[in-house]
Design a protein around this ligand. Structure first.
Ligand SMILES: *[C@@H]1O[C@H](CO)[C@@H](O)[C@H](O)[C@H]1NC(C)=O
Ligand SMILES: *[C@@H]1O[C@H](CO)[C@@H](O)[C@H](O)[C@H]1NC(C)=O
Ligand SMILES: *[C@@H]1O[C@H](CO)[C@@H](O)[C@H](O)[C@H]1NC(C)=O
Ligand SMILES: *[C@@H]1O[C@H](CO)[C@@H](O)[C@H](O)[C@H]1NC(C)=O
Ligand SMILES: *[C@@H]1O[C@H](CO)[C@@H](O)[C@H](O)[C@H]1NC(C)=O
Length: 252
């Protein structure tokens, strides 16, 4: 107990200093997109939200496009009727949040575009692709391709969805559709499914199992040792009692 009490002041000091450093380097702001697509066609609309702006009307948000400051100081930055020159990296900071990581936006000129919430995902996560047409023009006979092979066909436009993506679902994807009387294909985009889930879990599980076995073995050894020593003590004390009785009976 006294040694623990002596430990307390340094621990308290440590906590105080770490709180101090945390206040010094602010948390990063985060740029999010609504809708979530980072690839757009011309004339699309997107709203960028600077998360970390609080309260929302505090006018402290600063936006940057490819490192150049934008005049907008609201917590949202709206891109209406997107143009190719709106492409690039967007970042923001606020009074209480440091400069965010950039979000890369790509505005394409064309009829069809493949969209996804994320292009790099972990094994087991859902993969969802969208075949988006310019100004949401009506499309027919939509087909998705991976590495040149047809994956899914629908007469009307529907999303391509894999509930639990595997590494084998990685590849170069594009979609094709009929718009009016034209047969149109989108550009191909790479999707990467990372398989870190398997090696990340199994060594930990193995270590956990080994630790468990060691602890159980140790407990068993201690338990057995205690049992035998207790038995030995019991036997020796019994023997002493008998000896005592023997001496008592002898003494008178
Ligand atoms: C973008 O917004 C404008 C006006 O709000 C709308 O007319 C237009 O259809 C939108 N663009 C798309 C591709 O939905
Ligand atoms: C933010 O700016 C607007 C107009 O530019 C102003 O009306 C408002 O009072 C400002 N808010 C704060 C908290 O400064
Ligand atoms: C945007 O950032 C990426 C890396 O995050 C970089 O490769 C790219 O060149 C940047 N684009 C522009 C226009 O600055
Ligand atoms: C679109 O064109 C490709 C060849 O470029 C062809 O194989 C495919 O059948 C066409 N799709 C339709 C629906 O006509
Ligand atoms: C897609 O991946 C292939 C092979 O992994 C690579 O050769 C190609 O450059 C990638 N394309 C893009 C646009 O990154």
């Amino acid at each position: 107990m006294p040694s623990m009490c002596r430990l307390l002041p340094p621990v308290a000091l440590l906590l105080l200093t770490s709180a101090g450093t945390r206040a010094a380097d602010l948390p990063k702001a985060v740029v999010s997109l609504d809708p979530e697509w980072d690839r757009l066609l011309e004339k699309d609309n997107v709203t960028l939200q600077c998360q970390g702006a609080y309260p929302k009307e505090d006018n402290s948000t600063r936006w940057f496009h490819n490192g150049k400051p934008l005049s907008d100081q609201s917590s949202t930055y709206v891109i209406k009727d997107a143009r190719v020159k709106d492409s690039g990296n967007y970042s923001c900071h606020t009074a209480s949040f440091a400069l965010s990581d950039p979000v890369q936006l790509k505005v394409h000129a064309g009829w069809l575009l493949l969209q996804a919430a994320r292009w790099v995902l972990q094994e087991g996560e859902p993969l969802q692709l969208r075949c988006h047409s310019w100004k949401n023009t009506r499309v027919q006979k939509v087909q998705y391709f991976r590495n040149g092979r047809g994956q899914q066909f629908s007469h009307k436009n529907s999303e391509f969805h894999i509930r639990h993506a595997k590494r084998a679902h990685s590849g170069s994807y594009f979609c094709r559709a009929i718009i009016g009387k034209q047969n149109v294909s989108s550009e191909a985009v790479n999707v990467t499914v990372q398989g870190s889930a398997v090696p990340a879990i199994s060594p930990f599980f193995l270590l956990w199992q080994i630790a468990f076995c060691l602890v159980m073995g140790f407990l068993f050894a201690v338990d057995t040792g205690l049992y035998f020593s207790a038995q030995r003590q019991l036997r020796s004390s019994l023997r002493k009692n008998i000896n005592n009785k023997v001496t008592w009976s002898k003494s008178p």
